[in-house]
Design a protein around this ligand. Sequence first.
Ligand SMILES: *[C@@H]1O[C@H](CO)[C@@H](O)[C@H](O)[C@H]1NC(C)=O
Ligand SMILES: *[C@@H]1O[C@H](CO)[C@@H](O)[C@H](O)[C@H]1NC(C)=O
Ligand SMILES: *[C@@H]1O[C@H](CO)[C@@H](O)[C@H](O)[C@H]1NC(C)=O
Ligand SMILES: *[C@@H]1O[C@H](CO)[C@@H](O)[C@H](O)[C@H]1NC(C)=O
Ligand SMILES: *[C@@H]1O[C@H](CO)[C@@H](O)[C@H](O)[C@H]1NC(C)=O
Ligand SMILES: *[C@@H]1O[C@H](CO)[C@@H](O)[C@H](O)[C@H]1NC(C)=O
Ligand SMILES: *[C@@H]1O[C@H](CO)[C@@H](O)[C@H](O)[C@H]1NC(C)=O
Ligand SMILES: *[C@@H]1O[C@H](CO)[C@@H](O)[C@H](O)[C@H]1NC(C)=O
Length: 578
Amino acid sequence: MSVHRHTFTGWLLLLLHVSASAVRLNLLGRQRNPALQEGDVRLFGGGGFAEGRVEIYHDGRWGTVCDDGWDLAEAHVVCRQLGFPRADSVVIGKNYGKASGPIWLDDLKCDGTETYLSTCMFIGWGATDCSHKEDVGVICETGRTNLTNGDALYSLDHSICLSDERGQIFDSGYGCDFSISVRSATGNAQEDGTPEVVGETICAHKSILSQFPLFNASKGISNITVDVAQSCQPHFSSFIRYIYTRKMDVNFSSVQCLHWMAYTFGVKQLMEDTGRLFSEILPEDASFHTPVSLYEYAVETQDWVLQENCIQYMAWNYQNLSSSPAWTQLSVELLRSLLLRSDLVVPDEYFLLQTVESWITEKGNSTSLETQAELLSLIRFPMIPAEALNDLESNSSLYSSHVNMYRDNLLKAFQFNVLLFGNLISNPKFNREDGDYRPRIYTAKPWSKALSRQTQYLYRNHYDSMTTSLNTPVHNSLIFKDNQILWEANVFENKQQCSNRGVRCESFPSARLVPQNGLSRWRNVLYRNRLLLMCQDKYVFQVQDFKDNMATNGTQVLAYPCPDDQYTYRFVVRPYYV
Ligand SMILES: *[C@@H]1O[C@H](CO)[C@@H](O)[C@H](O)[C@H]1NC(C)=O
Ligand SMILES: *[C@@H]1O[C@H](CO)[C@@H](O)[C@H](O)[C@H]1NC(C)=O
Ligand SMILES: *[C@@H]1O[C@H](CO)[C@@H](O)[C@H](O)[C@H]1NC(C)=O
Ligand SMILES: *[C@@H]1O[C@H](CO)[C@@H](O)[C@H](O)[C@H]1NC(C)=O
Ligand SMILES: *[C@@H]1O[C@H](CO)[C@@H](O)[C@H](O)[C@H]1NC(C)=O
Ligand SMILES: *[C@@H]1O[C@H](CO)[C@@H](O)[C@H](O)[C@H]1NC(C)=O
Ligand SMILES: *[C@@H]1O[C@H](CO)[C@@H](O)[C@H](O)[C@H]1NC(C)=O
Ligand SMILES: *[C@@H]1O[C@H](CO)[C@@H](O)[C@H](O)[C@H]1NC(C)=O
């Protein structure tokens, strides 16, 4: 019995998530057999991150590189060839798993600026006096924010009433009656041209595995064969042991493999637990390849929670996403899903339009005109600042290709800006529920202001809350331009600070945003304000609503980590017509 899973290539892509070759494959539409090129390099055995044994593809086979003459200059070339900014360090003498292929390169001399490792100087392919013990490894710099500890172990424990003996039963293999043959292709071809496969056999108990029907352990079958990525193979036996004990330690090297195994065999609890750990990884990758590939993976595995987690992170950090290397890698479906959301955090709607135009332009004519028009029409034109509307015809690079779409939407936007709400709704074309009249989370002036502990610290004492104020128009429609509202924003860190302002706080820190002058005049306008929590000024990790002027945890699926609580508060005012 053999498992051939169509998601497997997708999984391999995921394991390569930050490498340039993954980007290339995705753009080519997820080919099952990625065409390897002479001189391609890969990092092997590091478990999915930017670390591993250096291998180079030559003459149809992957081979290793000897550490003689190897230093950072050579490592930089490998990392840049893979799409990383540079190398972090050289690893010598670490075992990244068994290497069986040839040793292709020795006594390599690079000056560090080469684009391909194969263009550095060396004696000749395969000319070496080294053994595999001298294979070299590298760790590449990912531009990750280095916020979490890569070696951190997370302990999962659902063993409630299972005895520890179950682990010993598995370890001893005593009385086992079900054999699992775990196989991985090394990527090399054997002499006769067939793929080289390595593997191990695990012996388990039908009575225990039969809780998960996908193992087929209850059907009179006594052996199965499972194909896994080679970098996942070392984790397979921990996975089976988990089925016995419901306990396991997971780290960043194993989390992706374990999620895939849990998905493959329908172990829901483990899938959820590992899915939750993924959210710790998202902020680590400034290149945004991780959230994008994880999102695609979640779609494939129909893991809705993981999918929402990834897309929410991208929505909250849209501005960085749109200037990241992963931007042009976004699929139409992912971009569409993002544009449908009201929790996109962007400076303003015009910025959003520009990013969509740039995505379309970069994709060239690979996106049909219909799809382009559909994506552009997800822009909420009435929300574009009035100053930008005037320039739109001359500044928009796609105006001439989509004249009708732009014209209709500009008309709608101009009407919105010059008509009062009462007059707008008398127009049968105006739909109260129309998303185009609803703001997203705009961080540009005048709608938003930041407050951080660092900037305020010097000027206040323990008893004063952090405080600032901002002025906004009553509404973002142009007719309200001269009707201003003054808001006061506070962050309270202790009881004293709250009682000094006569505020009841339930927990600390607590944030408040209060209008200072009468809102009651504007009965048709309601505020759905938001508080953004920014970690170390690098990424948004939480978005909160306001209730009775106090910030409360919204309905978010999950918050992302922010070490040392080094955060900045950003208050955003969002007027809605009601
Ligand atoms: C279990 O049986 C089904 C149906 O025969 C088969 O498609 C599947 O690959 C088997 N699973 C494993 C893990 O062998
Ligand atoms: C990342 O963390 C490691 C270990 O804590 C530290 O040695 C290294 O200097 C950090 N790198 C950056 C770029 O901050
Ligand atoms: C992760 O855990 C595995 C086994 O649980 C271990 O072999 C590996 O060294 C760990 N990796 C890191 C980076 O800690
Ligand atoms: C697997 O089981 C089948 C019968 O269910 C048997 O014919 C076959 O020899 C077994 N293979 C191994 C490797 O044990
Ligand atoms: C987002 O962009 C800002 C400004 O360019 C930068 O300082 C920050 O590090 C970026 N954050 C991430 C997670 O890439
Ligand atoms: C895309 O544009 C290029 C150059 O403008 C042209 O050669 C090619 O045929 C176009 N492809 C499609 C599918 O329209
Ligand atoms: C439109 O382009 C002109 C000229 O490049 C520029 O001065 C103006 O600021 C642009 N308008 C907007 C809204 O970006
Ligand atoms: C919001 O929720 C997070 C995690 O669920 C919790 O740690 C935090 O204390 C909550 N904040 C407030 C203001 O309730």
